[in-house]
Design a protein around this ligand. Structure first.
Ligand SMILES: [Cu+2]
Length: 114
């Protein structure tokens, strides 16, 4: 009795239909999904916001050394989410991670610092 129930559970849990698994591919269609990209794991670095340019969707940040080898400097970043520009302000401190997206350094994650 118990053995049969166990087998039934194992089948239900472990048996994946190959046909269904192959359709798990539509992640391109919905852009709204906040899926975790690899860069979401990147360590946050310190930055000082110099200038927020909402119309251009860019922010000038004085940043510390980046994990990709970039030394500390002041430079312009794009942002992955335009709404972040509303949270940043000139002279504000942030911690952020940046990644190369479409040829531009883009802030992909950030938190405000007090
Ligand atoms: Cu830089």
């Amino acid at each position: 009795m118990k053995a049969i129930a166990t087998i039934a559970i194992l089948i239900a849990a472990g048996f994946s239909m190959p046909g269904i698994a192959a359709t798990d591919h539509d992640s391109h269609t919905g852009h709204g999904t906040m899926s975790a990209r690899p860069s979401a794991d990147a360590p946050l670095i310190d930055g000082l916001v110099k200038k927020v340019d909402k119309s251009a969707g860019k922010v000038t940040v004085s940043h510390g050394p980046l994990p990709n080898g970039m030394p500390a400097m002041t430079m312009v970043f794009k942002v992955k989410d335009m709404a972040w520009l509303d949270q940043m302000k000139d002279g504000g401190k942030i911690r952020f991670a940046a990644d190369h997206i479409n040829g531009a350094m883009t802030i992909v994650r950030f938190v405000l610092e007090q």
